[in-house]
Design a binder for this molecule. Structure first.
Ligand code: GCB
Length: 869
């Protein structure tokens, strides 16, 4: 049966499908997620009932203590099998268990699996009792294991059975389930063009029947209207127990509708396995898409024969209150958010993620880079190499059929640890380079062999080691993870680096696989600068990166780090244990940058957005205030307090407008003929504190950022030198240096206040009017650290310094000693956020003067909160 089908034939086909699918049992798949018993190894005997997805690190990966439980957890469950099930073959499929799993059924070892991000399937038939309950036990271990990647990485290795568990029951002959836990068939597109597409399916069939029998594979391709466009039948004979592989070539499909992010046209492939009586033994449905991709060192990425700039994001799988055990509906929402942002590419980093998401990428039109988690370093053992290779084959076979998947990777920044390792002798490092190259070469070879129509990729960090070892020459496309203007150098140095690489390696296709600064929705900066976590700096960096990439045809594209803030237990940023480089927060609230991407990437949906960095604005003069607006339109109308203000024009999605705010509530609206965005701002204009009724006034001493504590509603304003009538440090009273700490502060959610310190400044003035106040001062000892030295944290040099100076000072308010001989290091052994509160009457128009009188070393302070009593 070939491509051309008449309407009558079509009808009879539909009837046949209906008959085949409705009347014959062809096996069953059900998830067995509910009601497992669980206990941690360390908590002796108490079993708790849980549902899967599950992780045991939900709390301890986010608490004040450094580290989280990495050890063994036990799961068990009873499952009933009827007498009639004895005729079938039964499999357990685990879609994700982090990271080492041992499965037993009725006390018998079924198998083990290493690696937390790929599925695995075991045939459990031999261990089952029919007409009875059967005990399934899983021992899971997320301890560090030198033989299982990842060894080390900037994300939390949550332990547990965190993806679905399925029970599959099949007739004796069925599409293989244990070929690296794939679906038992592989879809290839040997050649695709606008005129015609070739399609080939390789199916692997397992036979558990010890007899000769004839079978048939029936394959059909339906278009999006369910019309049959291709079909093939293949008869074959089983001769013995075992696996059989069949490759089925379809006749060419004329004028295929092509798949692309703009038009993700999908066909359905149906595969049915029948016995000689025509009884259905097994069936599968797979969405397929015809497209072809390539990369070129000077022209970048090509999709369906046309140059195509990839712009999108990376994604980690964890989510706020769920850690890595995230309901599927929420995960799918992520992919929709990524699409709605205008992204055309998604890098699932640093590990394969839930298969449902790849399917959604097929449907929504998002090109995918998938990779296995060999991150930062390797171990030179046979066990590590074997696990890595097996993991890659699992990834390839499990994710092979998604048309969205075009790039397959296997290493991320593999020389990062070596780069920061100052101890290991050079000779040893050189050997490690050779071993690492060796593993990369094996993985590259395996990938090209098993996935001959995909693009192989690898992500590198900013270091010459990749060029020097030539490891960067192995993959077909190199991704550079570049943090110019964040960890090092300036934003503009990105282009310099890209040009230099292109000049030195003119035949190597490259893209930017990661970039981005940390940002916090509570932080706002009038003068954004690196490390300040302001949303303004995030815009500055991202917008420049996009511009620099767009100006260079040879750069295939870019994927922002990261779609969402994600868990990294050892990090100490303004939100403890979180890497804050997301375009949305860890519970998926879009940061302003998300809307900017919409404004530059969305072509057909009009976008207008008023950047809402801060909704409470404290202004210290009468000048208009600069607002940032986003749109993908040429211009839009801005109204202030319901009156037309001006027509604004946009450049690269951005307009900056000076807005004359009035005191109190202000409403802005930005509109075009078809869309409108509105935002309200509470404005407090203070020209002299002396004239104000200050209910509360807070200062982020030593900081250039405003920080709004969302729990109390208090905004800690950026620091400044003292000016009559206002507040600030007296720059004559010492060096008055601003310093930034990179560490978690215990017992506080005010990291963005504590982490900024003003060092060596003895006098601080706040010109508050007469009255009775409660004054709270915030201190932290900058020399204390809670955690071991972390290479990803900022200011690593400063924090690594071993020299500790003694620091003792008196604290005075308007000349009265409130704390004498404050020695933070002595009183607070860890990095505690320390608050001291006092009540004080201000009289005679004297305002408030805070004196930090040094007794030994330089005094420090982080903030002040003044509240009217
Ligand atoms: C990188 C890593 C990624 C980190 C990121 C960062 O280059 O590939 O895992 O999370 O940098 O934020 O430092």
């Amino acid at each position: 049966m070939k491509a051309q089908i008449t309407p009558i034939k079509k009808l009879s086909y539909l009837v046949l499908w209906f008959v085949l699918f409705s009347f014959f049992g062809h096996g069953q798949k059900k998830s067995i997620n509910a009601g497992w018993q669980f206990k941690l190894d360390k908590d002796a005997s108490v079993w708790e009932t849980i549902n899967i997805p599950h992780t045991w690190n939900l709390k301890d990966a986010f608490d004040d203590e450094a580290g989280y439980y990495r050890g063994i957890g036990h799961y068990k469950k009873q499952v009933f099998f009827a007498e009639s099930d004895a005729a079938k073959v039964h499999y357990l499929r685990f879609k994700g268990v982090n990271q080492d799993a041992k499965i037993t059924v009725n006390g018998n070892l079924v198998g083990t699996h290493q690696g937390g991000y790929t599925a695995f399937t075991f045939n459990i038939s031999a261990f089952l009792n029919f007409g009875a309950y059967n005990l399934i036990e899983v021992i899971v271990d997320n301890s560090h294991n030198e033989d299982i990647p990842p060894l080390d990485a900037d994300f939390t290795f949550f332990g547990g059975i965190y993806r679905d568990v399925e029970l599959l029951s099949k007739p004796k002959q069925h599409l293989a389930l244990t070929d690296f836990s794939s679906e038992g068939f592989y879809v290839n597109y040997p050649s695709v063009s606008e005129e015609k597409a070739q399609l080939e399916v390789t199916a692997r069939i397992d036979n558990f029947e010890d007899a000769q029998s004839t079978s048939q594979l029936r394959l059909e391709v339906l278009d999006a209207n369910d019309s049959l466009v291709l079909s093939e039948n293949e008869n074959f004979k089983f001769t013995a127990i075992g696996a059989l592989e069949k490759s089925i070539k379809f006749s060419d499909l004329k004028n295929p509708r092509l798949w692309s992010p703009e038009r993700p046209y999908l066909y359905q492939l149906k595969i049915v396995l029948l016995d000689d009586q025509g009884v259905v033994l097994d069936r599968k449905t797979q969405q397929i898409g015809f497209r072809w991709v390539s990369v070129d060192a000077s022209k970048g990425f090509y999709l369906n024969g046309k140059p195509y700039k990839l712009i999108g994001v990376n994604r980690h799988q964890d989510y706020d209150a769920y850690a890595n055990a995230v309901p599927m509906a929420l995960q799918k929402q992520d992919i929709q958010l990524i699409k709605d942002m205008g992204a055309n590419v998604l890098r699932f980093a640093h590990y394969p993620q839930a298969q449902e998401l790849y399917k959604l990428c097929d449907q929504l039109g998002i090109l995918v880079w998938t990779e296995i988690p060999i991150v930062n370093k390797i171990t030179n053992t046979k066990a590590f190499f074997d696990t890595a290779l097996k993991m890659q084959e699992e990834q390839i076979k499990q994710y092979y059929n998604y048309p969205s998947v075009v790039m397959i990777g296997y290493m991320n920044e593999i020389f990062l640890r070596m780069d920061f390792d100052k101890k290991t002798p050079q000779a040893e490092k050189d050997q490690m380079k050779t071993h690492t190259y060796d593993l990369a070469e094996q993985l590259e070879k395996l990938t090209r062999e098993k996935a001959p129509h995909h693009i192989t990729v690898m992500a590198l960090h900013y270091n010459e080691l990749y060029n020097e070892t030539k490891i960067a020459d192995l993959p077909m496309l190199v991704g550079w993870n570049l943090y110019f203007g964040w960890y090092y150098e300036t934003i503009a140095d990105l282009g310099v680096f890209l040009d230099e690489q292109h000049q030195r390696f003119p035949n190597r296709p490259i893209m930017i696989s990661e970039y981005g600064p940390g940002a916090d929705v509570r932080v706002s900066a009038a003068q954004p600068e690196r490390y300040d976590y302001s949303q303004q700096y995030q815009l500055k960096l991202h917008s420049s990166y996009v511009e620099q990439v767009q100006a260079r045809d040879f750069v295939a594209g870019m994927t922002a780090w990261n779609f969402a803030d994600f868990a990294s237990e050892f990090r100490g940023e303004t939100i403890p244990h979180i890497n804050q480089k997301g375009l949305v927060t860890n519970n998926r609230v879009p940061k302003e940058i998300y809307y900017w991407y919409q404004a530059v990437l969305l072509k057909n949906t009009p976008v207008v957005h008023i950047a809402n960095y801060q909704t409470d604005l404290t202004l210290f003069d009468n000048a208009p205030y600069e607002m940032t607006l986003f749109s993908n339109q040429a211009s839009a109308k801005l109204s202030v307090n319901n009156a037309f203000f001006k027509e604004v024009t946009f450049n690269a999605g951005i307009a900056r407008v000076l807005v004359p705010f009035t005191d109190g509530l202000n409403t802005l609206s930005l509109e075009t003929a078809s869309v409108i965005d509105e935002a309200t701002f509470q404005v407090r204009r203070i020209e002299s504190l002396k004239n104000e009724e200050l209910k509360s006034f807070a200062i982020n001493i030593g900081a250039s950022i405003d920080f709004k504590d969302l729990e109390t509603g208090v905004t800690y304003l950026a620091d400044r030198p003292y000016k009559d009538g206002l507040y600030g440090y007296d720059s004559q009273s010492g060096k008055c240096e601003r310093k930034l700490l990179a560490n978690n502060i215990k017992n506080s959610n005010l990291e963005a206040v504590y982490q900024h310190v003003l060092v060596d400044c003895s006098r601080y003035k706040v010109a508050i009017p007469d009255g009775s106040y409660k004054v709270t001062l915030y201190f932290v000892e900058p020399q204390q650290t809670n955690q071991e030295h972390v290479i990803f944290n900022l200011n690593r040099q400063a924090e690594a310094s071993e020299e500790k100076e003694q620091r003792i000072f008196d604290v005075l308010l308007n000349g009265t000693v409130m704390v004498s001989s404050l020695n933070l290091a002595k009183e607070y052994p860890n990095k505690y956020g320390v608050q001291h509160s006092f009540e004080i009457d201000i009289l005679n128009n004297e305002g408030l003067t805070l004196t930090l009188k040094p007794l030994e070393g330089a005094p420090v302070i982080s903030g002040i909160l003044i509240e009217t009593l």
